[in-house]
Each structure stands twice: as structure tokens, then as C-alpha cells.
Design a protein around this ligand. Sequence first.
Ligand code: SAM
Ligand code: SF4
Length: 351
Amino acid sequence: MPDIMNKPLPLVDQFSRTISYLRLSLTDRCNLRCMYCMPQEDEGRDSELKTGKFLPHTELLSYEELLRIVKLAVGMGMNKLRLTGGEPLVRKGVLDFIHQLSAIKGLDEIRLTTNGVLLAKYAKQLAAEGVKHINVSLDTLVPEKFHKITGKGLFQEVWNGLMTAANLGFKVKINVVAMKGVNDDEFRDFANLALDYPFQVRFIEFMPVGDKSSWQREQFISADDIQSMFSAIGKLTPFTRRNMDGPARVFELESADGRKGSVGFISPISHHFCDQCNRLRLTSEGKLRSCLLNDQESDLKGLLRSGASDKEIISIIRQTILDKPQGHSLQSTLEGEERTTCGGRMSRIGG
Ligand code: SAM
Ligand code: SF4
């Protein structure tokens, strides 16, 4: 019997979007304090535990609970998983967890989004567990600026992580949050990174996420503006859309001296891509969320811990998919209307 006969039917929402991709925020903790992600009050703390600003471990879903949810979601037709956070690599036991995930039949891909600080340390084991795609967030190539943006002087660690990942043959995408006055003077250097190394460099519009976000309109640069700057750096030729390009518009960049690389532009605000969104997110506090920018959530953790059956959990996952909003309204923030963004913290939602 061919395997295709046993595959579940695709999960489709009420706007005909096929939902195939689950993002898990494994923890809200992080070894960096990026200025746009962690609220000011979280910066520079000696002890995360004492302040109580991070979730206590009992509030995180255990690996056992996460595995149960992933197995059910895969059984329903989801086949791609991304581990994020907070910083996924700071959670104890993450490699064993990935090992268990890799044994789930029907789960085609496990991808990782990381700040790269611990990547050099774990890259080999990640490769051994079958992880092939890694997104590394890096907003500057200047070590001092890195310290300013992230609160920690760990640029070299991230760089070593990138080099290790490249040497091991991972497909690496570098995510750069574009911020006027912060890193817009480095776009040419990032272009060279894409031209000289096997990395796809993707620029993301700065989003006003979280009720204490440091987002300022003055710092916003649209993906179109970044793309125009790149047209001055080299020739941009669009790649045909691939399934896992996700929301990025991806181009081949060719410089005047004939070097080639890959760059992408992600425009959650200026041209939202909600009509193609294929994702669900499980927050680090165990809430299932159908949109990054909409605070509507289903409490899967509460359900699991009250002894719910698989059938009940499946039914809530299905309902969350059916309730997935058609789109978000971030654009109105830019047009000067009252801020209508999500209040949840990016580190809990997982970006
Ligand atoms: N710690 C990991 C990392 O930094 O890659 C994973 C979690 S982080 C929340 C996921 C992504 O969200 C990162 O690429 C980060 O740059 C992005 N991000 C966080 N806050 C953002 C914001 N306000 N606007 C745009 N992107 C943001
Ligand atoms: Fe940590 Fe990632 Fe947030 Fe930076 S963006 S503080 S690395 S979770």
C-alpha cells in the first residue's frame, strides 16, 4: 500500500489556507536581551528567577506535553515544525527533545530559529538529529553595536556559530530586523555576507509587538525601501516561490563583479502575506495561537493538565484553525491610528 494512502487530509481553514506548519516557543528565556523583543524592564537583570518576569518552569509545557501535541498535530496533517523561543537552545534537554521529535512519523522537517550564541556548541548534534535548516537572527555585523542591540557582548559566539553551521552544510538563513538609524548603514555589508557566504540574508520589517515594545515609527523601514537600496547594490532577480520561503520575497543578488547570493524581504506590515499564512504557534505558556499579531489563543496547557483526551485536544486544534483570522491590522499602526498590535511578548510567542 503506498504511503500516500495513509496521509491525513490537509488541514484547511475557512479562508482556504492549508495549515501545515507549527511553531513551538520552547521557552521565554533567552541569553540575549534584544531591545525590540525584551521589554526594558527585563534588561540587565542578574537573576531572571528572582524577578519573576520569566515563566516559572512549571508554566512551560513539559517535553512530554509538547511531544503529545506535536504527535496529534502531525496526525492531523501538519508536517513542519519550527523550534523558537525565547532562545530554544537555552532550554535544558533540548537535544533529547529534538531526538524524540525526529522519530515522529509524518513530521518531515524540524527547523530552528536561534540567536546563534550556542550554535557552535550544538551544531554537530543538531545535524546528527536531522535538523537541516537554521535561521539565525543577527541585526548587525559590528561587535560593539551587537552589544548595544542585544545587551550582551557575544557577537563572536554568533559568528562562530554561523561558520560552524556553514561548514556542517546547514541551510542557513540570517534574519535581520531592519531599523533606521540602527543598522540601515550596514545593508551593503549584509549584501556582501549573502554574496560571500552560503547564507540567505533576509530583512524583516520592524514590528510593534508587545505592550512594552520599543517600536518607533521613525525607525521603521519598509521592505520595498530596503529592496530599492539593494537594487543599487546589485541586480535582483526573483526566485520562483518555494514552499518554505514562507513570507519572504526571495531574490538572487548579483553584484557588478559577478558574485551571486540570495536575499529576502519580509514585509509583515507594508504588504502583509496573511492570505498565504500556513502557521499555528504554540506559545511557551502552552497557548495555541493562530496569528502572531492577534491575541486570540486557545489554552492547550489547561486542557492537557485537566486530563483532556486526544479527541478533545484535536477538536481545539481544529477550532483554532477555523478561527484563524483572515488578516491583521498592523498597517493601521503605521497610518497613525491607535496601536492595534498584539500585547503578547515576542519571546513567549516565538516570533
Ligand atoms: N531567540 C531566537 C532568535 O532571536 O532568533 C528565536 C526567538 S526570536 C523572538 C524570533 C525572531 O523574532 C527573531 O528573528 C527576532 O529578530 C524577531 N523579532 C523579535 N521582535 C521583533 C520585532 N519587534 N519586529 C520584528 N522581528 C522581531
Ligand atoms: Fe532573545 Fe531572540 Fe528575543 Fe533577541 S529576539 S531577546 S535573541 S528571543
